[in-house]
Design a protein around this ligand. Structure first.
Ligand code: BES
Ligand code: MN
Ligand code: MN
Length: 454
């Protein structure tokens, strides 16, 4: 049977199987979900087997297992390494989900559930594309290596060791990843740039223990006030990051790139609707697309301390905490930026408190040219699979592994995103558009098929 007809004939089966995957609550950050993580790894391994891959392995790591499989029966043809993740973010707050996060539900052309877009739905697209190629055409037209990890949402802690220990085995002509988004519905996209990410935690200590705010208030430092003052100084009036040296190494996009980004069919109105805030704000002097994709940022991800329970409690807390992160762009160096942030925070804090500064994770930014012929194959496959014009975009999110692979193997990285910016990744009511899921399977199958002639 012809490839596309075969894929069309399997719609129901594919969707039901994806739902099975989504019902496994493989939340990587919580130890209570360890059995689910293992179940998800076994599930992926089983599907690799069904797709006809060999040497399937559930590789144990210090944290969560990594699933590997390969098919190397196309001598003289290109070899691709496909990477994705089977772990998901926690589903909380549960009460904000319209249908339960681990009971996948279809509504208005979307499939809802944790992991639908990030990243189980997108991984499944590739598993089914590979299976379809083998079943419809008898064999895979290219050599394929598949690596699906279980720690992406907690910073891919073990992944790098695995890559170093399996350098030869993982060698490929290109890396293929589907863990990003399209620019908009009906605009299939290839992502050629991601921001890097440094994540920090700060602990500030004033009094040696909590104090009665009546007995002591007025004469002692309040770490929450001091934390708030410090945070308020991290941006200037133009909403630029006020840390000296922060922008020193930021690469300025070429005129040609700025023009290309500016001419994308990106809709400000849709963006505003997705955000849902009364108004937008960002670093002055840049378009929104530039702010999101080409400029570094500093965000406060959480602040806590003192009394936050019901009613009143008159207390001066001993400690205050914050989680901060910086999104980085070429050519910023994560280690250098971490030092600048720490030094600046130390300078801003008064002598009335002590503090602890921790870097929880770090990852480099990535931008790469898309001149390699594989990108033309990808564009054609996306256009054939979706019947729409495809574009090249950058994104603001981070996948540290892509940079590591690109730096190590110096191969093209093809990021085919089938999510959408408003699909609530990491949030309640995460979903994937069924049109993108089914279109994705066709596009990826056509892409892999077309690589035989590369
Ligand atoms: N799939 C996302 C990355 C992403 C999201 C790329 C949107 C492009 C657009 C990935 O699962 C993720 O959530 N990454 C984290 C960083 C990671 C180190 C925890 C992120 O970007 O915050
Ligand atoms: Mn992801
Ligand atoms: Mn994610």
């Amino acid at each position: 049977m012809e490839l596309i007809d075969y894929i069309e004939s399997k719609r129901e089966d594919h969707l039901n199987e994806l739902k099975e995957f989504l019902r496994i609550p493989s939340v990587s950050t919580k130890s209570e979900h360890r059995p689910d993580i293992e179940r998800a790894a076994r599930w992926v391994a089983e599907k690799l087997r069904a797709a006809g891959l060999d040497n399937i392995e559930i590789a144990p790591t210090k944290m969560h297992p990594l699933v590997y499989g390969e098919s190397l029966h196309a001598p003289g043809k290109p070899t691709i390494l496909f990477y994705g993740h089977y772990d998901v973010q926690p589903a909380e707050p549960l009460e904000l989900w319209t249908s339960p996060p681990f009971e996948p539900t279809e509504r208005n052309g979307n499939l809802f559930g944790r992991g639908t877009a990030d990243d189980k739905g997108q991984v499944h697209i590739h598993l089914k594309a590979l299976e379809a190629l083998r079943k419809a055409t008898g064999k895979l037209p290219i050599n394929v290596k598949v690596m699906i990890e279980g720690e992406e949402e907690v910073g891919s802690v073990s992944l790098w060791d695995f890559v170093k220990q399996n350098r030869e085995r993982l060698k490929a002509d290109a890396l293929v990843v589907s863990d990003t988004s399209m620019l908009a519905k009906g605009v299939p996209s290839i992502t050629y740039g991601l921001r890097g990410l440094n994540y920090y935690q700060i602990e500030i200590t004033g009094p040696a223990q909590d104090l009665h705010s009546g007995v002591f208030g007025g004469a002692v430092p309040n770490p929450l006030t001091i934390l708030a003052e410090m945070i308020a100084k991290l941006h200037d009036r133009n909403l630029a990051v006020a840390i000296p040296g922060f922008y020193d190494d930021v690469a300025v996009p070429t005129r040609a790139e700025r023009r290309a980004l500016q001419s994308l069919p990106w809709k400000e109105k849709e963006f505003r609707k997705t955000v849902g805030a009364p108004a937008l704000c960002g670093e002055h002097g840049y378009s929104i697309v530039e702010q999101l994709w080409t400029r570094p940022t500093l965000e406060v991800n959480g602040i806590w301390g003192g009394y936050t329970g019901e009613g009143a409690k008159t207390v001066i807390p001993s400690k205050a905490y914050a989680k901060l992160s910086t999104r980085l762009v070429p050519d910023q160096d994560p280690a250098k930026i971490a030092k600048l942030v720490e030094r600046h925070i130390r300078k801003l804090l008064p002598k009335t408190v002590t503090h602890k500064f921790e870097v929880l994770s770090t990852g480099k930014p990535w931008v790469a040219p898309y001149s390699h012929p594989i990108f033309q194959k990808a564009i054609h496959a996306l256009e054939a699979g979706f019947g729409k014009k495809a574009v090249f975009i950058r994104e603001g999110g981070s996948i540290p592994f892509v940079t590591q692979m690109h730096d190590t193997f110096k191969v093209p990285c093809v990021l085919l995103g089938f999510g959408l910016p408003d699909e609530n990744a990491h949030a309640p009511d995460e979903h994937i558009s069924l049109e993108n899921y089914f279109g994705g399977i066709k596009a990826v199958a056509l892409f892999y098929e077309s690589l035989a002639s590369l």
